[in-house]
Design a protein around this ligand. Sequence first.
Ligand code: KIV
Length: 266
Amino acid sequence: MGKITILDLQRMKDERKKITMLTAYDCPTAKILDSCGVDIILVGDSVGNVILGEDNTLPVSVEDMIHHTKAVTRGSKDSLVVIDMPFMSYQISTEDAKRNAGRMIKESGAEAVKLEGGTNMEDTIKAITDIDIPVMAHIGLTPQSVHRMGGYRVQGKEDKQREKLMEDALAVERAGAFSVVLEVIPSKLAREITEKLKIPTIGIGAGVDCDGQVLVINDLLGLSGEFRPKFVKKYVHMEELVSKAVKEYISEVRAETFPGEEHSFQ
Ligand code: KIV
């Protein structure tokens, strides 16, 4: 398979083929996802809470994003790599947003940026796409707005919120986004947005009818501790496997059964 482009993603929507997206934050993980054939690797600003031990995504910097994305692009060949624009790297002005998006693409090797927001980000998305940087939008539960939302909760349950989310979706499409993440919204609303939009929708906690799905890799692998929102499916319990291996190593070192002859030099 060759390099996935934003044109391939549009074709997949048109041909009703599901799009797969996962996050990665380092080179070995990116290599695995790429070789498995995942369509999009997202270097999410979830790096803040998932990898760097922060409480939320707000402290993540442009430098953090570039550092992790460089590792991911070194490990990926065919998957499209998308870099998340962190909090306050695109909210101040469209000039600032263009400068940061340009720097992030130039220095990280990613092929597209992602940013959070709907109607409020229409001008920003247009400004960035006008300089030929593809933009993935992100609406619904937008983690950078955690304080405004009063926590991480399902969005779009009431009529007014539903209408607003539909407006957001239409606004990001109008602005030139090549796709949009729908996070933690009712499945029916996600289906309506997906039917209405020409660009692909990628869902997380948004039901099965989106054009594609995304999960945080650590959640899928069972590497995120007690964090277990309803929309996460753990495909493997890595924490248990890693603990077992580490305990075995400790006990073998203490018992002097590791290293053995086969791990030693004469
Ligand atoms: O930062 C992230 O990982 C994300 C995905 C959950 C969509 O934005």
